[in-house]
Design a protein around this ligand. Structure first.
Ligand code: ZN
Length: 302
C-alpha cells in the first residue's frame, strides 16, 4: 500500500475515492495492456484502472468542504429568469482530483464536448467496475414520473425529454445505477442544476440532475448503489425530482425497461400519494403566506 493512501485511511478520511496505482486490479483480458510498474506509472499515457476503494460520503453533512457557491442565471425563452443554483458540489481533493486534472474531467470545456461525443479512450481506460445491461433504480424513495420521449402537453410538445423523471421528497437519496467514474459534478449545464454524470466502462453514461447537493466530484470512482447526492429542485424544475438520463455514447436512450430494484406497484402508489400530500401542503403554505401578506398590507393602508 502506498504511503499517501495509508495516511489518508489512518486519518479516517473516507471522503473521496482513492485511486491507487500500485495495487489496482487489472481490467479486461490478460495482457490487455502493460501493468503499471510503479506508482509513478499513473502519470503515463495509459492511466491504470481507477480503484473502487474508499466510499464518498453518504450525506452532504459529511462533506468536508464545498466548491464556492455559484448561481448561474439565464433568461427563459418565455421571459423571466431561472438559475442553476445554488451550487452544492464537494471541493475536489486527493488522488481523485489529480485523476480528474490529468484527464481534464469536470470542467465546463469537458462537459460541453462530452455531451455530444464518444468518451476519449484515455478516459474510458480509467473507468472502474464492470459494464452491465441493467440499471439500479436510482431513488429508493422515488416513483416513476414523466417518461422518456415526446409528450402531448402543449408546453412540452416539441421538446424531447431525454430521460425519466423520478419525483421524491427533497433530500431523498440518489444512488449510482452502475459502477463507474464521475466525470462531471457541477451546475454548468443549463437547466440541469446540480448535475452528476457517471461514465460506465462501455461508454454508457448516467446523468443525475436537479440535485439539492452532490456528495461526489469529478475523478471519483463509484460503485453501483453508492450515494451520489440528494433529490432537489435546482435548475429548470418546479418540484423536487431526479431527472435521470441513460446514454449510449452521446445518444440518450429510454432506460425504463432496464431498471431493477424499483419499488413495487403498491409502494409506488404510496409514494405518489405522499408526493401529492406534499404538493397540497406546499400550496396551502403558499396561500397562507399570501393571505398574511395581504392582511399586513391592509393593516398598513387602513
Ligand atoms: Zn426530466
Amino acid at each position: 500500500m502506498r504511503a499517501s493512501r495509508a495516511a489518508v485511511v489512518a486519518a479516517g478520511m473516507l471522503i473521496g475515492a482513492v485511486v491507487a496505482a500500485a495495487d489496482a486490479p487489472t481490467r479486461g483480458p490478460e495482457g490487455d495492456r502493460p501493468a503499471p510498474s510503479s506508482a509513478s506509472a499513473s502519470l503515463g499515457p495509459t492511466p491504470p484502472p481507477t480503484e473502487l476503494g474508499a466510499l464518498p460520503p453518504s450525506h452532504p453533512e459529511e462533506v468536508a468542504a464545498w466548491m464556492p457557491e455559484a448561481r448561474r442565471c439565464s433568461r427563459r425563452s418565455t421571459g423571466g429568469r431561472f438559475c442553476d443554483g445554488p451550487r452544492r458540489i464537494p471541493a475536489p481533493h486527493g488522488e481523485a482530483a489529480e485523476l480528474a486534472e490529468r484527464l481534464g474531467l469536470g470542467t465546463q470545456r469537458f462537459v460541453d464536448h462530452f455531451l455530444g461525443h464518444r468518451a476519449p479512450e484515455e478516459v474510458l481506460r480509467a473507468v472502474p467496475g464492470e459494464a452491465r445491461r441493467d440499471l439500479l433504480w436510482p431513488v429508493p424513495e422515488g416513483f416513476m414520473g414523466r417518461g422518456f420521449g415526446y409528450v402531448r402537453r402543449a408546453r412540452l410538445r416539441h421538446r424531447l425529454h431525454k430521460g425519466v423523471d423520478i419525483p421524491a421528497a427533497r433530500g431523498s437519496l440518489v444512488r449510482a445505477a452502475n459502477d463507474g467514474l464521475v466525470v462531471y459534478a457541477d451546475n454548468g449545464v443549463r437547466g440541469y442544476g446540480n448535475l452528476v454524470v457517471v461514465l460506465h466502462p462501455d461508454d454508457t453514461r448516467t446523468h443525475y440532475a436537479h440535485l439539492r447537493a452532490a456528495v461526489v466530484f469529478a475523478g471519483q470512482a463509484v460503485r453501483r448503489g453508492q450515494p451520489l447526492g440528494q433529490v432537489g429542485r435546482t435548475g429548470m424544475t418546479r418540484a423536487p425530482h431526479l431527472h435521470f438520463e441513460w446514454r449510449r455514447g452521446a445518444i440518450a436512450r429510454n432506460p425504463r425497461r432496464r431498471f431493477v430494484g424499483r419499488p413495487s406497484f403498491e409502494e409506488e402508489r404510496q409514494l405518489q400519494l405522499a408526493a401529492q400530500r406534499r404538493r397540497e401542503a406546499s400550496t396551502r403554505r403558499l396561500l397562507e403566506a399570501r393571505a398574511r401578506a395581504e392582511r399586513r398590507r391592509a393593516d398598513r393602508d387602513g
